[in-house]
Design a protein around this ligand. Structure first.
Ligand SMILES: [Fe+2]
Ligand SMILES: [Zn+2]
Length: 374
């Protein structure tokens, strides 16, 4: 098994070392040269369930289940994450198997017998394609929040929690107009962009306003194949993004700036464990902050690369376009799938919200969709 005694002592699961109710350790790493192993014995309490008991020179006794020791060495983190990533299916609107996208009514998410399976379908669909739907939801904030929170809690941001918005420019963002918005991901200016994006159209009495989704994973694959050097540049050159908001719309008495988000990060972010899988695409041409002016050649190269990427993302070949209607909530992986909106007429009330990436991953892990033991 090749475990060091330091590792074994640090992973002791006795009541003095580990709280098995909270799954937390009770000790930090204090001893860098631990007591010696005096004896190690294998025992079995039930059929095929084995334990190893180790007695240490300081009198401490540790017991490990064989499963625990073997689990830890079964697969490396790189292997298990690579396997999880390989289950994602890049898509074009022409080859996306629409029938495979989860479309689960909210009743099933609450049904004693169907709940687990329904949740699993939604999470699996999100991981594989970056899209899932919850149907038969009342077009109201409270009902939508409760439906979405059958999956994971809604994130609280500067925009609030799940909130309905329309073209009234209540906040300093194009979303609060009736203009078209090209494909982008949200929160490039946040240190951690929202994990999932939630949309629910409460009302629309006019024309247009269709939503378009673009698979960032497919974009990355196509882009790297066609423009390997540019892809590498966008993987290594961090670009700044920002969101600045004055207070004047909300309270004319206090016109000072009340929000200034700023973050600099890569357009294509790779998983730090496997180092070869796209973990996140960050693309929002509107929220680009001023680029620091460096070498003229470098900045030209950057504009060339970003321009080529923008043309590809704007190419209708990659666009899955549909109109959302009241009752159907769409969940989108904001680290992978870009969203856009056509301009529209009439009154349109759209609800939007986020789920944090950590909450989403936690649910994926519980369902065994991403690695549990690494
Ligand atoms: Fe957006
Ligand atoms: Zn112990």
């Amino acid at each position: 098994m090749g475990r060091s005694s330091l590792w074994l002592r640090d992973h002791c699961r006795c009541a003095k070392c580990y709280n098995s109710r909270t799954h937390q350790r009770k000790e930090g790493i204090i001893q860098t040269s631990p007591p010696k192993i005096v004896s190690a014995t294998v025992s079995s309490r039930e059929k095929n369930v084995y334990y190893i008991t180790i007695s240490w020179s300081d009198g401490h006794v540790s017991e490990y289940s064989m499963d625990f020791l073997i689990d830890g060495s079964k697969k490396s983190a790189v292997e298990s994450w690579s396997e999880a990533y390989s289950k994602r299916v890049p898509w074009l609107p022409t080859n996306l198997p629409q029938a495979n996208l989860a479309r689960i009514d909210v009743g099933s998410l609450r049904d004693r017998e169907l709940a687990l399976k329904s949740r699993h379908s939604i999470l699996e669909s999100l991981w594989k394609y970056g899209i899932a739907y919850i149907t038969e939801v009342q077009p109201m904030e409270d009902d939508t929040t409760k439906a979405v929170e059958e999956i994971a809690p809604i994130m609280k941001t500067t925009y609030g929690e799940l909130h309905a918005f329309e073209a009234d420019l209540k906040r300093a963002d194009t979303a609060y107009t009736d203009e078209a918005i090209g494909p982008h991901t949200d929160g490039t200016y946040m240190t951690e962009a929202p994990g999932l994006q939630v949309f629910h159209c409460f009302l629309h009495d006019g024309q247009g306003g269709e939503n378009t989704l673009v698979d960032g994973l497919q974009i990355f694959n196509s882009f790297s194949q066609l423009y390997p050097r540019e892809a590498e540049l966008l993987r290594q050159k961090a670009l700044p993004a920002e969101y600045i908001e004055g207070n004047s719309e909300r309270n004319p008495k206090y016109p000072e700036v009340m929000n200034h988000f700023w973050n600099e990060d890569f357009t294509f972010k790779f998983d730090p464990i496997t180092r070869k899988d796209l973990m996140q695409i960050r693309f929002n041409p509107y929220d680009r902050a001023p680029y620091p002016y460096e070498d003229a050649t470098d900045i030209e190269k950057l504009y060339q690369a970003y321009g080529k990427l923008t043309s590809m993302i704007y190419d209708p070949l990659f666009h899955l376009t549909f109109k959302l209607s009241p009752g159907t909530v769409v969940l989108i992986d904001n680290w992978r799938v870009l969203h856009a909106r056509n301009s529209y007429t009439g009154r349109r009330v759209m609800a939007s919200g986020y789920i944090a990436r950590g909450e989403y991953l936690s649910q994926l892990r519980v369902r065994g969709i991403v690695p549990q033991h690494v």
